[in-house]
Design a protein around this ligand. Structure first.
Ligand SMILES: [Zn+2]
Length: 278
């Protein structure tokens, strides 16, 4: 497969890049900002299957059956958002827009924490589920087609940005929909982690066709600061020392403690969470 001759970095627009892996000319690493992008990216049909059969094949249960885990993670993310909001001038019941809200589990948690929530969801199954199960206000369609006269205190997008063909335009639109002092919180795959650095063949083999970009803490900080965000905090999305050293090793207990500390400090992880203040 050949790289498209006109490929430019979708985040910083630089024209020069190197192969992320020999033989995978569609996975390119930007020489300016360091992100990896997929020149053969194409969206999937985000239908029932995506949340039921495909999700079960990857995680052993359907998205709906994974409620407890997703809800618990949502509460942790809301704790972080609230700790950042304390230092801004947000209203008493802050408004929150969740882009790619899936079945609405994060919105449910946010609404229980006092946020006024709205969602955007491309899949009819997800949008219908949010409305019928949780009575949530959800726009069913692509974020590109979503428009609103409102602005928000918080905009969240969990594992959404990597799917966007033009992430730069998406972040500019998100910034335009945020109040001053508002927070853009999101998660995304990162190349600053064990999978990309130590198991690159496996990383490429399992790279989803519908993922356009893989970010890094450094690239995301620089990018958001260039686009109107004053403070950017990055955290590891998950900490997995077993991806570097086998659990059976007698050194593993000591190694995993050290790894957990370092990973937390420098966000060394295959995924990351970002909390950016406008
Ligand atoms: Zn770039």
């Amino acid at each position: 497969m050949k790289q498209e001759p006109t490929a430019r970095c979708p985040l910083c627009d630089a024209p020069s890049q190197t192969r992320a892996l020999k033989g995978r000319e569609y996975l390119m690493k930007c020489t300016r900002c360091g992100i990896v992008f997929n020149t053969l990216h194409h969206p999937l049909a985000y239908n029932d299957r995506y949340f039921i059969e495909d999700y079960r094949a990857q995680y052993g249960k359907t998205y709906e059956e994974d409620f407890d885990t997703i809800y618990r993670m949502s509460l942790l993310r809301l704790d972080t958002i609230n700790s950042v909001l304390k230092h801004t001038s947000a209203a008493h019941s802050p408004s929150l827009l969740d882009i790619g809200c899936a079945l609405g589990f994060f919105m449910k948690a946010a609404s229980e924490r006092g946020f006024g929530v709205r969602g955007v969801e491309i899949s009819p199954y997800g949008a219908r589920y949010c409305r019928e199960k949780f009575s949530m206000e959800v726009f069913q369609g692509a974020f590109d087609d979503f428009s609103t006269g409102n602005t928000f205190d918080v905009i969240t997008a969990w594992y959404f940005l990597e799917h966007c063909t033009d992430p730069l335009r998406v972040v500019e639109r998100i910034s335009g929909m945020l109040n001053a002092g508002g927070i853009f919180a999101f998660s995304a795959p990162s190349v600053f982690g064990p999978q990309f650095l130590f198991h690159r063949g496996e990383w490429a083999d399992t790279h989803p066709v519908d993922h356009r970009i893989d970010l890094s803490p450094r690239s995301v900080r620089a990018f958001l600061k260039r686009h109107g965000f004053s403070r950017v905090s990055v955290r590891p999305g998950g900490i997995h020392p077993e991806r570097v050293m086998a659990k059976e090793s007698f050194l593993y207990p000591a190694f995993s403690r050290l790894y957990n500390g370092i990973s937390g400090l420098i966000s060394f992880s295959d995924t990351m969470e970002v909390y950016a203040v406008k």
